[in-house]
Design a protein around this ligand. Structure first.
Ligand code: AMP
Ligand code: GLY
Length: 425
């Protein structure tokens, strides 16, 4: 197979890395790709917003399967365009991807089909939003309706924070049109877990449960980010809870989407809040998680190309998805200042030394090659993943690798996997 991966971040590096191990894959391309992938895939610089242009390129290059990493092209309809050209593609159509593209659509769908989630209200102007916040009080959660790169959510612990968030989203248009409407949501207490599943529209197979670390600083302090680290499998998701999640959340949402004329295939990501034996949806994403993927796919024993091709062609079987024992921990190394403003173009050293360590894979999230040197080129710069037989060892191995890598201002959390470790005490 000739396989094309769309995207250039840490998640896509991980997907490319795993696909490159498949005996079925003869040639891999990535658009735009990045320096971390260039030994595994031919990176092609094309505009990922030009969907017709991408489809024509895929036809010209006899691509047998395209895999889409980020949400933006999915929501924009890349799958629809490729299908119209008769191309196989892994991911949901634009109408199905609305489960991520619009928080309002997603919440209303869950409400209609009785899928457990926080109660909510949609507000179309700041005055309504503020009145509702004053009525409910804090803690309370404010979410921009549209896509905001995982940063359009404010978990407000005080009423003032909540009111300020409304001003930022609806008054100062911090997220542009994505904040024209907001969802105000009940604060859910508990422990979060990400359950990503493969689906071809009929069969759905869960991956290993993972846990992200959304806040920028240790102890889950500071603002929300795209994710500062992850590990899998996450012990908060017991087998019984996983079964419950599949029966009360994942299967029902796929059935609901199908019933609404929006059949879903690709990877569905359920972001969950777990408390005791209750599981509720925080959000759905229409794609792989980043950095969850960097912890989950390294533990996949099966052939990812075979699974993805089966998802794209309606031939997925449960026995296609097998996992290795062991645990993976991914520590994100970010630019100083992230998630606010940060510098770019800072030289990174120690990458080869870290990658040479046993059980370690260094995934590039935001890097660039300049005159043969790898430099920083994003907020999240690297995802350093380590595999070992238990969580404590995997964590130690990951931080051992992190300590070999240097760039000025590098910021990373020291406590990735703390919840899993706390359970062992
Ligand atoms: P989202 O983009 O919807 O996943 O929200 C980003 C993060 O905000 C989540 O991963 C949670 O940590 C937090 N969050 C979102 N909604 C809620 C909620 N209703 N209660 C508590 N925390 C939430
Ligand atoms: N790690 C969170 C996300 O991918 O949305």
């Amino acid at each position: 197979m000739q396989v094309l991966v769309i995207g250039g971040g840490g998640r896509e590096h991980t997907i490319v890395w795993k696909l490159s191990q498949s005996p079925k894959v003869e040639k891999l391309y990535a658009i735009p790709g990045g320096p971390g992938m260039k030994d595994l895939a031919e990176c092609v610089s094309l505009d990922t917003a030009d969907l017709e242009g991408l489809a024509r390129w895929a036809e010209d290059h006899h691509i047998d399967l395209t895999v889409v990493g980020p949400e933006a092209p999915l929501v924009a309809g890349i799958v629809d365009v490729f299908k119209a050209h008769g191309l196989n593609i892994f991911g949901p159509t634009a109408r199905a991807a609305e489960i991520e593209g619009s928080k309002i659509f997603s919440k209303e769908l869950m409400e209609k089909y009785g899928i457990p989630t926080a109660f909510f209200k949609v507000c179309e102007n700041a005055a309504d939003a503020k009145a509702y916040i004053r009525e409910k009080g804090a803690p309370i959660v404010i979410k921009a309706d549209g896509l905001a790169a995982g940063k359009g959510v404010v978990v407000a612990m005080t009423e003032k924070e909540a009111l300020d968030a409304v001003d930022e989203m609806m008054g100062h248009h911090k997220f542009g049109a994505a904040g024209n409407k907001v969802v105000i949501e009940e604060f859910m207490d508990g422990e979060e877990c990400s359950l990503l599943c493969f689906t071809d529209g009929r069969t759905v197979v869960p991956m290993l449960p993972a846990q992200d670390h959304k806040r920028v600083d240790d102890g889950d302090q500071g603002p929300n980010t795209g994710g500062m680290g992850a590990y899998a499998p996450a012990p908060v998701m017991t087998d019984a809870l996983k079964e419950k999640t599949m029966e009360t959340i994942v299967r029902p949402v796929l059935a609901a989407l199908a019933k609404e004329g929006r059949p879903y295939s690709g990877c569905i990501y359920a972001g969950l809040m777990i408390k005791g034996d209750s599981v509720k949806v925080v959000e759905f994403n229409a794609r792989f998680g980043d950095p969850e993927t960097q912890a989950v796919l390294p533990l996949l024993d099966s052939d990812l190309a075979e699974i993805m091709y089966a998802c794209a062609t309606g031939t997925l079987r449960e026995d296609m998805v097998k996992w290795n024992p062991g645990v993976a921990v991914c520590v994100v190394m970010a630019s100083g200042g992230y998630p606010l403003s940060y510098p770019k173009g800072i030289q990174i050293t120690g990458l080869q030394e870290a990658s040479a360590l046993p059980g370690v894979i260094v995934f590039h999230a935001g890097t660039k090659e300049v005159d043969g040197q790898i430099v920083t080129n994003g907020g999240r710069v690297l995802g350093v993943t380590a595999i070992d037989k238990d969580i404590a060892r995997a964590k130690e191995r990951a931080y051992g690798a992190v300590s070999r890598i240097h760039f000025e201002g590098a910021h990373y959390r020291q406590d990735i996997a703390w919840r899993a470790l706390k359970r062992l005490k």
